[in-house]
Design a protein around this ligand. Structure first.
Ligand code: NAD
Length: 424
C-alpha cells in the first residue's frame, strides 16, 4: 500500500524556529537577523505546456532566492505535489545555511513545480522542464542562481535546463553558460561522482560520528527512508562499511528484514519494478511504525517533517543522520534530544550534494575535467572539516549539533555583512 503523505506543519516555521534558537545562543547581530529572517526574492511563474494528447496545461513553478551575501543563489529543483511557496522558502533558507557551513562561495535558493511526475510521459516532462526554464529566464544564471537536482528531478532534466538556458543566449555566449545548472550527466559537463555525492557525504558524517563515539559502522543496523538518489547511495556506502540495512521505506511502502536487505539487489529490483514492494517476497511492514524499528542508525532520505511528536518517542536508534532536508520537525527534535539521540543535521549531513555541485561548477567555469578519485578525496576532506568544526562549536557553546551548525553558518554570513555594510 502506498504511504500517505501526512498533513504538514509548515516547513518554513521549522527553519525559523531553528534559526531563532541559534541566533539567540550566539547573539547574532540584530540587523543581520532581520535580513536573514526573510527571503530576498520569490519568483512564481505560470507557463503553458502542450500535452501528448494535444491539450494544453498550465503549470506553476517556484524559485525562491533566500540570500546571496556569500555568492550566487544555489539549490535544487523539486517536482512533487508538496511543492509550494512555504516548502520553497524553507528549502531555500536551508541552502543558505548549508552553503555557508560548507565554506562555499554561494547563497541559498530552491524551487520546483507542484506536480507528480509519474503522471507525465518523458516527452511531457521534457517540455515541462524546458518551458519552466524559459519562464524563469534570467532569474537563474551561472553567476546568479544555479539550480541542481532534488526530489524527482535528475541529471537528464538538468541537461534539458542547461540546453534550454544556453539556447536563449547569443551563439558566442552559449558555451560560457554551461554552469547555469549542476548535477548534469557526465557527458554534458557533469561531474564524475556528483550522483553519489550526497549519499557518500551522509556516510562520511556517520563515520565521523562513529569515530567520535569510539566505534565504527561495521555491524551497525540501520534503516533508510527514501530509496532514491540519496537513500540508495547512502545504503551503498553503509554496506561498504559493513553496516546492515534492516528496513527501507519509500513512497510505495515499507520493507523490514532483521537478517539484512542487500541494497544492490533492491536497487535492481526497484529499477525493474518501479517499487521496492515485493522484493524477495518480503512482507510489507506497518509504515507508521517504521521509525520505531529497533536499530542503531536512522537515515531519513525522503521528505521533510517525517519524525515529529507523533513518532519521535518510538525511536530506538542512537543517531539520526538527516539525508533529507528537514526530516525532523521542531517538536520531534525536542523529544529526540531529551532521549539522548544524536541528530546529524541536514545542513551538515547532506551537504555532500552541494559540495559536489560546487566542484562541477568550478570544473565547467575553468574548462577542467575532474576525476572521480579527486572528487571523492576532496569531498571527504570538506565534510570531515565541517563535521569537526560543528563538534568544536557544540562543545564551545554547550549546545546540540544543529544549533552548532547554524552558529557556524550564521557567523560567516554575519561577518560578510559587517565587513561590507548595508547599501546605501
Ligand atoms: P529522489 O527523488 O531521488 O528520491 C526520493 C525518495 O523518497 C524516493 O525513494 C521516494 O519513493 C521517497 N518518498 C517520496 N515520498 C515519500 C513518502 N511519503 N514516504 C516515504 N518515502 C517517500 O530524491 P533525492 O534526491 O534522493 O532527495 C531525497 C531528500 O534528500 C530530499 O529531502 C532532498 O531535498 C534531499 N537532498 C537531496 C540532494 C541531492 O543531491 N539529490 C542533496 C541534498 C539533500
Amino acid at each position: 500500500m502506498a504511504r500517505a503523505i501526512k498533513p504538514r506543519v509548515g516547513m518554513y516555521e521549522n527553519v525559523k524556529n531553528q534559526f531563532e534558537k541559534a541566533a539567540e545562543v550566539m547573539g547574532l547581530d540584530e540587523s543581520v537577523k532581520k535580513i536573514l529572517s526573510i527571503t530576498n526574492n520569490e519568483i512564481v511563474v505560470h507557463f503553458p505546456v502542450k500535452m501528448d494528447d494535444g491539450s494544453v496545461k498550465v503549470f506553476t513553478g517556484y524559485r525562491v532566492q533566500h540570500n546571496n551575501a556569500l555568492g550566487p543563489y544555489k539549490g535544487g529543483l523539486r517536482y512533487h505535489p508538496t511543492v509550494d511557496i512555504d516548502a520553497a522558502r524553507a528549502l531555500a533558507t536551508w541552502m543558505t545555511w548549508k552553503t555557508s557551513l560548507a565554506g562555499l562561495p554561494y547563497g541559498g535558493g530552491k524551487g520546483g513545480i507542484q506536480i507528480d511526475p509519474k503522471q507525465y510521459s518523458q516527452a511531457e516532462l521534457e517540455r515541462i522542464t524546458r518551458r519552466f526554464t524559459y519562464a524563469l529566464g534570467d532569474n537563474i544564471g551561472p553567476e546568479h542562481d544555479i539550480p541542481a537536482p532534488d526530489v524527482n528531478t535528475n541529471a537528464q532534466m538538468m541537461a534539458w535546463i542547461a540546453d534550454t538556458y544556453m539556447s536563449t543566449k547569443s551563439p558566442s555566449e552559449r558555451s560560457k553558460n554551461q554552469h547555469v545548472v549542476t548535477g548534469k550527466p557526465v557527458g554534458s559537463g557533469g561531474l564524475e561522482g556528483r550522483d553519489r555525492a550526497t549519499g557518500f557525504g551522509v556516510v562520511v558524517t556517520l563515520e565521523a560520528w562513529a569515530k567520535l563515539n569510539g566505534t565504527t559502522l561495521e555491524g551497525k543496523k540501520y534503516i533508510v527512508q527514501g530509496f532514491g538518489n540519496v537513500g540508495y547511495w547512502a545504503a551503498h556506502f553503509m554496506h561498504k562499511n559493513g553496516a546492515i540495512l534492516i528496513g527501507v521505506q519509500d513512497a510505495t511502502g515499507t520493507l523490514y528484514n532483521p537478517e539484512g536487505i542487500d541494497p544492490e539487489g533492491l536497487l535492481r529490483y526497484q529499477t525493474e519494478n518501479n517499487t521496492i514492494m515485493g522484493y524477495k517476497n518480503m512482507e510489507e511492514y506497518d509504515s507508521d511504525k517504521f521509525f520505531g524499528i529497533d536499530c542503531d542508525i536512522i537515515i531519513p532520505a525522503a521528505l521533510g517533517n517525517q519524525i515529529t511528536e507523533d513518532n519521535a518517542a518510538t525511536v530506538k536508534a542512537k543517531v539520526v543522520a538527516e539525508g533529507a532536508n528537514g526530516p525532523v520537525d521542531t517538536d520531534g527534535e525536542v523529544i529526540l534530544l531529551e532521549k539522548g539521540v544524536d541528530i546529524i543535521p541536514d545542513i551538515l549531513c547532506n551537504s555532500g550534494g552541494v559540495i559536489g555541485s560546487y566542484f562541477e561548477w568550478l570544473q565547467n567555469r575553468n574548462g577542467e575535467i575532474w576525476s572521480m578519485d579527486d572528487v571523492i578525496v576532496k569531498l571527504r576532506k570538506k565534510l570531515e572539516d565541517a563535521f569537526n568544526g560543528v563538534i568544536n562549536t557544540s562543545v564551545q557553546y554547550k549546545t546540540d549539533l544543529r544549533t552548532a551548525a547554524y552558529i557556524r553558518a550564521l557567523s560567516r554570513i554575519e561577518m560578510a555583512y559587517k565587513q561590507r555594510g548595508i547599501f546605501p
